[in-house]
Design a protein around this ligand. Structure first.
Ligand code: GLN
Length: 222
């Protein structure tokens, strides 16, 4: 499959995401925030970083980039979209996912190896994992606290839309230890930690993140 990785002004992790796509066995296509079409890709990744300098709120400006008009339309038609960290923030700002990411409760930027449990392996991006699988990947953010109103949280839990949950430590005050969620259809996933940094033994970070890049199977969610 062709998987597009969007670069916004201030993105940081787009090259690692492209490399993870390639290691996962797919073709990576570089997309630019100003693009008005998705260049024929089958799926899109919004990578981590500091798009538009995190001004206003993380992801609040990127959400209005021309490419996001295309991403929102394609996601509505079932195209798989994965938002990692800043990408997750952009997905919430775009209303492709509910809730919001707010400043970490301890008010500091956090960078750590984070243990997670994969709660839902039926999304476009998590089928390679066993349900309940425990993985460790890096977490690095300043605004990673997931919040939503109680009804939304109950609905996410009730519909099995919590994709990943923090284990051992809640690193940012996320409600119900939520590290990642999906939309109703399971094609759009937002995840705060970074699977793209854990896809090859070379870096010493392990390969626990690779499943996010091998899960995706054409048209399963269309
Ligand atoms: N690693 C990232 O993508 C960071 C996201 C965002 N800039 C934050 O600090 O929360």
């Amino acid at each position: 499959m062709k998987i597009g990785v969007v670069t916004f002004p201030g993105s940081l992790d787009e090259v690692d995401a492209q490399r993870a796509v390639t290691i996962g066995g797919h073709e990576a296509v570089a997309l630019w925030h100003g693009d008005h079409d998705l260049r024929g890709v089958d799926a899109v990744i919004l990578p981590g970083g500091f798009s538009y300098g995190d001004y206003l709120r993380c992801g609040a400006i990127s959400r209005f980039s021309p490419v996001m008009t295309e991403v929102i339309e394609a996601a509505g038609q079932g195209m798989p979209v994965l938002g990692i960290c800043n990408g997750f923030q952009i997905l919430c700002e775009s209303h492709l996912l509910p809730g919001a990411l707010i400043r970490n409760d301890h008010r500091k930027f956090v960078c750590r190896d984070q243990r997670l449990r994969i709660e839902n392996n039926r999304t476009a991006w998590t089928t390679a994992y066993d349900e309940g699988a425990e993985i460790t990947i890096v977490l690095k953010n300043g605004e990673g606290g997931f919040v939503a109103d109680t009804d939304t949280l109950d609905r996410l839990e009730g519909e099995g839309r919590v994709v990943a949950r923090y284990l051992d430590v809640n690193p940012n005050g996320s409600l119900r230890d939520i590290a990642g969620i999906t939309n109703e259809r399971g094609n759009v996933v937002g995840l705060m930690p970074h699977p793209e940094h854990a896809v090859e033994d070379l870096t010493g970070a392990g390969t626990d993140g690779l499943g996010f890049f091998t899960s995706i199977v054409e048209s399963t969610f269309a």
